[in-house]
Design a binder for this molecule. Structure first.
Ligand code: SF4
Ligand code: MG
Length: 335
């Protein structure tokens, strides 16, 4: 299958009074139709910002300063705001952490979905209503006839997220970007929303980018994972590769901080120790070095290479190279 999305060496910076904050420092990934990519990282790792780039909604004073975003063969970074508006909400849908801030409290939810349908389809009023009821059914909201005439505050957190999903799916997007969509929800509801997204992925042939700080949440739904740290993808691979053969010390830490099996509300994640990276003056070598137990001299001096295995499992780290190097050295000695 052809790629639906190809991000190539994407760089995003924020031009602040304090200096240029290099929020995304050259990331690349591909997504095929129907694939689900999880982007995992802590806050400030660049995971949200990089996907705002896909929508052309990077907030001021940020902008794309390098790289390409090819969506359906078109470079999004080269499009005008008008052209972007055509893609946004039609070919690419987005759901956020807090549906309350993205829903307008003074309009009924039906009104808001209708707006998107009016903008992006040629449906008449009758057809739009049929579509709306269909959407509510699709996302599991009962009594859609009644519910479409209600206001956002009449919905619980979980139901509001379902409304947001319905809205995002209104025009059959090829790509859904989900930015921490379950973070504000309690654990049971969180699981229900993930289950719903999984179902939708099977039923509609759409790709999903699932952004989260919690690797555990996406284990069930993702085909592949990109772990971000300090504006870089530091490891990428299939869900199994990331969970069972992680290669980067940061990923090891993430997995260790993951609650085991059943996630209970009372279990807290153990944060990985250390301060966030200064993205105005990023370190010369590996950005994770100050927090890394395995840091070597070379890590401080030089940016680590991308070490890739056959199937595409890759890590941005000196360690895999070092092991290979040491093995070779040991082998040489025995000769
Ligand atoms: Fe740790 Fe070095 Fe790998 Fe960075 S490059 S994660 S400091 S071992
Ligand atoms: Mg974010």
């Amino acid at each position: 299958k052809e790629n639906l999305l190809e991000v190539k060496d994407l760089e995003v910076s924020f031009f602040t009074f304090a200096g240029e904050v290099k929020a995304v420092r050259g990331i690349s990934y591909q997504l095929k139709p129907g694939e689900v990519l999880g982007i995992v990282g802590e806050s400030g790792s660049g995971k949200s910002v990089s996907s705002y780039g896909l929508m052309g909604i990077i907030p001021e004073p940020g902008r794309v300063i390098g790289g390409k975003i090819l969506f359906d063969g078109k470079d999004i970074t080269a499009l005008s705001e008008k052209e972007l508006q055509k893609i946004r909400g039609k070919d690419i849908g987005m759901i956020f952490q807090d549906p309350m801030t993205s829903l307008n409290p003074v309009y009924t939810v039906g009104n808001q979905i209708d707006e998107s349908l009016r903008k992006h389809t040629s449906f008449n009023k009758e057809q739009r209503k049929v579509r709306m009821l269909e959407l509510f059914q699709l996302v599991g909201i009962n009594q859609p006839e009644k519910r479409i005439n209600q206001y956002p505050h009449e919905f619980s957190g979980g139901m509001r997220q379902r409304v947001m999903i319905a809205m995002a799916l209104a025009c059959n997007p090829k790509l859904l970007i989900a930015d921490e969509p379950t973070t504000a929800l309690d654990v049971t509801i969180q699981a229900q929303i993930i289950e719903l997204l999984k179902e939708l992925k099977e039923r509609i042939d759409m790709s999903i980018i699932f952004i989260t700080h919690d690797l555990g949440v996406i284990a069930d739904i993702c085909d592949k994972v990109a772990v971000m740290y300090a504006g870089n993808i530091i490891e990428t691979g299939s869900i199994d590769e990331i969970f069972y053969e992680p290669k980067h010390p940061y990923t090891w830490g993430l997995l260790k901080s993951m609650p085991k099996l059943v996630v209970s509300e009372h279990e807290r994640l153990i944060p990985i120790e250390g301060n966030p990276v200064d993205l105005i003056n990023p370190p010369r070598g590996c950005a994770f070095a100050p927090r890394c137990k395995y840091c070597m001299k070379v890590c401080i001096d030089k940016i680590p290479p991308v070490c890739t295995e056959d199937r595409g499992h890759a890590a941005l780290c000196w360690l895999p190279v070092k092991e290979a190097y040491e093995k070779e050295a040991a082998h040489d000695k025995t000769k």
